[in-house]
Design a protein around this ligand. Structure first.
Ligand code: FES
Ligand SMILES: [Fe+2]
Length: 334
């Protein structure tokens, strides 16, 4: 497939959900076309490093052991400091060579272990935004779903400003949604007003429902949607994440929750239907994402929505902000 200028955009990406990594665990991962080791120290710090030992190249995710705040290689038991990656100890010797693991910038926040990707290894240039804590007294436990597909994160994040595909591909709406996209640095706030078919949520009828999405770079969508129906407010939250596995594959993960309601079981009923609808919706998109090409200069129609505004915003995540669009289109995008 043809992709935008650089394979992987810069920014924050989900590496793992926090509850999937216990203290003392170390495991192999592959993202950004690189072999990685993810581990959690005994004090609870989540760490991510390039996988291969600087000594003789063993993979620290296959048999590496967490020892306090250090990670020990399975091959000759060299130990590495988890904060800076430096070699901290070598068995049977007093002196350690000045080598170390390449550590990634990791930020753990509200159940997400996030890593900063930059093709030149530069430190984070923007902070991951605060996500509100959704305590389980008020909200149902998160329900997750995931896919590994052949695509590029760019294609997936462009999808929800692509208004014309909504009624064409998806069952939940019958008309092109009114969509507004507001740029806020590395964030883009998208408000979408659409006629939602309530049968997809286990209810009857149609309703005009606003959905607020904040795009956090090209790796994540934070979605909040409120539906007023029969005197009740139904509140949904979704965290959708897209992490590049390699140049042609993306790991898509999502987590949903629904606010608890006065009738016991109603929130669970809505949640089950919402999860089913979300999964079906993404699976309607996947065959298109897996087989499409990237059009540098698409001939757009009025119905297409703020695709050019999105493309102008997205340039900041690529080296030198390489032109995803030409100057005319940029001017038009405003
Ligand atoms: S390869 Fe890691 S200690 Fe030798
Ligand atoms: Fe879609």
């Amino acid at each position: 497939m043809s992709v935008p200028p650089a394979s992987f955009p810069r920014g924050w990406f989900l590496i793992e959900w926090s509850d999937q990594l216990a203290p003392g665990q170390a495991r192999p991962l592959r993202y950004f076309g690189r072999d990685l080791v993810l581990f959690r120290t005994e004090q609870g710090h989540a760490r991510l490093a390039d996988a291969h030992c600087p000594h003789l190249g063993a993979h620290l995710g296959h048999g590496g052991e967490v020892k306090g705040e250090q990670l020990q290689c399975p091959f000759h038991k060299w130990r590495f400091d988890s904060a800076g990656g430096g070699c901290a100890a070598i068995p049977f010797t007093q002196r350690s060579p000045r080598v170390g693991l390449t550590m990634w910038h990791v930020h753990e926040h509200e159940g997400m272990i996030l890593a900063w990707y930059h093709d030149q290894g530069a430190p984070p240039s923007w902070d991951f935004p605060d996500y509100p804590h959704l305590g389980q007294a008020e909200w149902l436990p998160w329900e997750g779903v995931e896919w590994r597909i052949k695509s590029h994160v760019y294609e997936i994040t462009e999808n929800d400003v692509d208004c014309a595909h909504m009624p064409a591909v998806h069952d939940f709406c019958e008309d092109v949604p009114a969509t507004e996209a507001v740029v806020d640095g590395a964030l883009m706030h998208v408000t979408m007003l659409t006629e939602v078919t309530l049968s997809t949520f286990g209810m009857k009828g149609h309703i005009l429902a606003p959905a607020q999405t904040t795009k956090v770079g090209l790796g994540m969508l934070l979605v909040s949607q409120t539906i007023e129906q029969h005197g009740r407010t139904i509140d949904f939250r979704t965290i959708g994440t897209f992490t590049p596995i390699d140049e042609d594959h993306v790991h898509i993960r999502a987590r949903h929750t629904v606010k608890r309601m006065d009738i016991p079981g109603l929130a669970w009923f809505v949640m089950r239907n919402y999860c089913k609808t979300f999964k079906a919706t993404v699976e309607q998109d996947i065959p298109i994402w897996e087989n499409k090409v990237y059009r540098q200069r698409p001939p757009l129609s009025e119905a297409d929505g703020p695709i050019l505004r999105f493309r102008a915003w997205a340039q900041q995540f690529y080296p030198g902000g390489e032109a995803l669009i030409d100057e005319d289109q940029q001017a038009e995008a405003g």
